[in-house]
Design a protein around this ligand. Structure first.
Ligand SMILES: NC(=O)c1ccc[n+]([C@@H]2O[C@H](COP(=O)([O-])OP(=O)(O)OC[C@H]3O[C@@H](n4cnc5c(N)ncnc54)[C@H](OP(=O)(O)O)[C@@H]3O)[C@@H](O)[C@H]2O)c1
Length: 312
């Protein structure tokens, strides 16, 4: 298969190409926004080209050149706060560009794989399945909802994967997730405040990658909510559990409430997913946050994080 992967330097893009089940069979052309050192992409990726989404004609040329069977659109502005503060650029990156790729996929007969988000839900009616009403509380979620609606109108082949908050080893230059944000702070003995009133079932990025490859190889199309194996954990419990698996001191963590972080964009309170479809249709049982932290220790993607002690 020939695959175009946008967002190859991001967390989920990285795990997707690192978990390529057969490099001889699946040729992946990755793109990023900025230029990154080529050696980073040695595992599972044939090339990573820095092409900003703003350069649509560059993407049209690339599509002509590689004629992909599958387009995996893992690039986005994934920061809820950044999109809230910069709605115009957020709208282009997270709405207009994905619809351009969706239209190109339809025209060319490629499978389009898109990433939605748990931010499409209001956080007051968990657990959320693929059929739950979407009622976002911030601009990022609104743009994801609008994109989902438009992609569903396409007569081409599409998959909307909808991950809940994901964690794993981002590249050092990339956006951190709660595990890679707080682990170095725990190691450095810094005080950390984590909320006890935001609930999710976080998913290990390696599981997201395995699920995507399974969807693609099995011919799955449609929507899929993707979460981890816990029925629900608070940020506070999650990071404590992860810290204990990593063997670091978690006593610097104290409890907080979402109201303590008023400067941030509004967040839905409880977006736990109902993953019956993931388990039933795909036959996939995702890891819990403790199992996922253990998988991070073993997945071989650990960066050399300056200041990390205890063999991590
Ligand atoms: N991670 C999560 O917890 C989570 C949860 C729910 C949904 N999602 C969705 O899943 C998808 C992947 O998320 P992620 O967390 O893996 O992303 P990420 O780590 O934030 O990485 C973003 C990627 O997009 C690229 N990018 C950003 N702006 C671009 C632009 N203007 N032109 C071209 N490329 C651009 C970045 O390239 P550079 O590295 O060069 O900047 C990077 O490769 C996104 O759609 C996100 O909204 C993620």
């Amino acid at each position: 298969m020939r695959i175009l992967l946008t967002g190859a330097s991001g967390l989920l893009g990285r795990y997707f190409f690192e978990f390529n089940p057969d490099r001889r069979k699946h040729l992946i052309t990755g793109t990023s926004c900025r230029q990154h050192p080529g050696g980073l992409f040695a595992g599972g990726l044939d090339v990573c080209l820095p092409i900003p989404f703003e350069n649509k004609s560059g993407y049209a040329r690339l599509l002509d050149e590689i004629r992909p069977d599958v387009i995996v659109n893992a690039g986005s502005d994934g920061s809820v706060d950044s999109v809230q503060q910069n709605p115009e650029s957020g709208r282009y990156i997270n709405y207009e560009f994905p619809l351009f790729l969706s239209a190109e996929s339809e025209k060319r007969g490629s499978l389009f794989v898109h990433f939605s988000s748990n931010a499409v839900y209001d956080g007051e009616h968990a657990p959320y399945s693929e059929l739950s009403p979407q009622n976002p509380v911030n601009t990022y979620g609104e743009l994801k909802k609008m994109t989902d609606l438009e992609i569903k109108k396409s007569t081409g082949k599409w998959i909307i994967t909808r991950p809940i908050v994901a964690y794993g080893w981002n590249f050092l230059f990339g956006r951190k997730n709660p595990v890679t944000q707080f682990l170095p702070m725990m190691i450095a003995g810094k005080r950390i405040k984590l909320v006890t009133d935001q609930i999710e079932n976080p998913v290990y990025a390696g599981d997201v990658a395995k699920i995507l490859w399974k969807c693609i190889s099995s011919g799955f199309t449609g929507e899929l909510n993707i979460a981890g194996g816990d029925t629900g954990v608070t940020r506070y419990d999650w990071i404590k559990k992860a810290g204990m698996v990593f063997g670091v001191d978690t006593t610097t963590i104290s409890a907080a409430r979402m109201d303590d972080f008023k400067s941030m964009a509004p967040r839905p309170r409880d977006t736990r997913f109902d993953i019956s479809k993931l388990r039933g249709v795909l036959g996939f049982n995702p890891l819990t946050v403790e199992q996922g932290a253990q998988a991070m220790l073993e997945d071989g993607l650990r960066p050399d994080i300056i200041g990390m002690k205890n063999g991590i």
